[in-house]
Design a protein around this ligand. Structure first.
Ligand SMILES: [Ca+2]
Ligand SMILES: [Ca+2]
Ligand SMILES: [Ca+2]
Ligand SMILES: [Ca+2]
Length: 547
């Protein structure tokens, strides 16, 4: 055993020399990397002491990031610009390790399939890529969809767990029970209890439903009831209002202004575009504040009764929709011809899912949040020629909400070369912490501008930014959410040649040993040659440590 260990150390010296080359002259990988920049996971072969491990790291030129909590591996940090496939291969060749691998990114599971028995008869859900979206995000129970309709069957076993008390403005009582079935069906599409082993699955697996009955028990509806219903939904904290109702007649400025007020309070408004088979206005969907929803078939064509045209924003499925019915407390049926009425709740549920990804909390309602949600829905729709934006894509919208761009500009003091193509690295850390949770590399444009993206880190974090040859500069308390962190403007300190976030002997040595060469990694000021000016930058900033 001892003999093997000693042989290992001998090999270690040679791979250390080989690695120094990668560490210092590594080529920049373009973003997004498929592994964490500069990181390798290793497991030593055989039994060796902590001192031997430390020595091996020193020879390899690596720093210890962490040890495995449950398994005996070490995570090593090299120069973030090095090609980690090559570094890992070098390490592996040494024979010193059981394994040495780049710190690969792990893909998320591609589908989440709920256990509701009728899910297999709901092809509209896979059609909008719901299972892939759900693998990433299934909503938050404190976000509220107000369904302004004929009410809902309140004791329905596949609805009841998700219903808030609601109100009946048609009959002016506290029980928005559904005498018709339209509202029960609409409600089940958006928010039937999901993964509860019963009935159907909904587009939004989590989130609350506020049933608001707009119509009387005899089926008539009045403008005053609609206005009250909108105001009530806003007051109850709804994040989305679903309007699977409307009229060919202009409902007038009262409704428009009530909806504008709702929007200004941060409520997303989704309205059925109408089943008129033409492009004529249908109200309230026609009002710009509404996301107007057409109905499509599962082959992507327009559902023939659906209203369409450039004033209609998106399309969602209507045929092949399975949902809850009012016949009993455990009854379900296939679409009975609601067309755009049944398309709208798909979008309402999508909005509720997305709202929870852009808001700080359920009370964080604002036009900015509502606009972010609407933009996510519309910008990720798959284009078709019968509506302005396209057919909704739940997966694409959730992925986009989880992918947060960080944009900014850097200025490097003493730098004389072109910024264009220069490497930049952005590290995401917990607030006030120093651990790197994620890291992205990119390149600067000629103005020093950069954009990198982080996936699945929503919330408040510290960011740290450095360019090739500089120390890290910290940006405290960045809110990671769509549409991104912008306007960072950072002055960076040059002199860290070897990327260890401190300017010291190691950097001085690199400048001296490359003096007179054109080694781009060591040419700190970007004038094409390693010379006095680079030496001066190191000396000027000697002893400085990055943030
Ligand atoms: Ca009632
Ligand atoms: Ca269910
Ligand atoms: Ca350094
Ligand atoms: Ca230079």
């Amino acid at each position: 055993m001892r003999g093997t260990a000693l042989l290992g150390f001998a090999l270690c010296v040679s791979f250390g020399q080989a690695l120094a080359q990668y560490g210092l002259r590594g080529r920049l990988e373009t973003s997004p990397l498929e592994y964490a920049p500069g990181q390798v996971i290793v497991q030593f072969r055989g039994v060796i002491t902590p001192a031997q491990r430390a020595w091996a790291r020193q020879v390899a030129g690596a720093q210890l990031v962490e040890r495995g909590k449950y398994y005996d591996y070490e995570l090593w940090q090299f120069n973030p610009y090095a090609d980690m496939r090559k570094v890992a291969a070098q390490l592996q060749k040494s024979g010193w390790f059981e394994f040495a691998e780049p710190n690969w990114r792990i893909e998320l599971a591609s589908d989440w399939i709920p256990n509701d028995p009728l899910f297999a008869q709901q092809p509209a859900l896979p059609f909008i890529n719901a299972p892939q979206a759900w693998a990433l995000w299934r909503g938050d129970e404190n976000f509220i969809m107000a369904i302004l309709d004929t009410g809902a069957r309140l004791d329905h076993l596949d609805l009841q767990p998700r219903l808030l008390p609601g109100y009946d403005f048609g009959n002016d009582d506290a029980s928005p029970n559904d005498p018709f079935g339209h509202g029960t069906f609409v409600t089940g599409i958006a928010g039937a209890a999901t993964n509860n082993g019963r009935g159907v699955a909904a587009v939004a697996p989590n989130g609350k439903i506020l049933p608001v009955k707009v119509f009387t028990d005899s089926g008539s509806g009045f403008l005053s009831d609609l206005l009250d219903s909108i105001g009530y939904a806003v007051a109850q904290g709804a994040h989305v209002i679903n309007l699977s109702l409307g009229s060919r007649n202009n409902l007038g400025s009262a409704v428009q202004s009530a909806l504008n007020n709702a929007w200004n309070a941060g409520v997303v408004i989704v309205a059925a575009a109408g089943n008129e088979a033409n492009t004529n206005p249908f109200y309230p969907a026609w009002f710009p504040v509404c996301i107007a929803v057409a109905a499509c078939n599962l082959n992507g064509t327009r559902s023939s009764p659906s209203t369409y045209g450039s004033w209609v924003d998106v399309a969602a499925p209507s045929g092949d929709v399975y949902s809850t019915t009012r016949d009993s407390n455990d009854s379900y049926a296939r679409d009975r011809g609601g067309f755009t009425s049944y398309a709208a709740p798909f979008v309402t549920a999508q909005a509720a899912l997305l709202y929870a990804l852009v808001a700080d909390s359920p009370t964080d309602r604002s036009v900015a949040r509502a606009r972010a949600v609407r933009d996510l829905i519309e910008s990720t729709a798959t284009p078709v020629d019968y509506v302005a934006r396209g057919i909704i894509n739940l997966r694409a919208s959730v992925e986009k909400a989880l992918t947060v761009p960080v944009r900014g500009y850097v200025y490097m003091e003493g730098y004389r070369g072109s910024y264009n193509g220069r490497a930049v690295e952005v590290v995401l850390r917990p607030r006030g912490g120093t651990t790197a949770l994620a890291s992205r590399t990119g390149t600067l444009d000629s103005f020093g501008g950069f954009t990198v993206s982080f996936f699945n880190y929503l919330g408040y974090y510290d960011l740290a930014v450095r360019a090739q040859g500089t120390l890290f500069k910290r940006v405290a308390n960045a809110r990671m959410r769509y549409p991104g962190v912008s306007d960072l403007d950072l002055i960076l300190t040059l002199g860290d040649v070897n990327g260890d976030n401190r300017i010291n002997d190691g950097d001085l040595l690199q400048v001296l040993s490359n003096f007179g060469t054109n080694n781009a990694t060591v040419d700190l000021n970007g004038d094409g040659v390693v010379n006095d000016a680079d030496l001066l930058l190191v000396l000027l900033n000697f002893g400085a440590v990055g943030e």
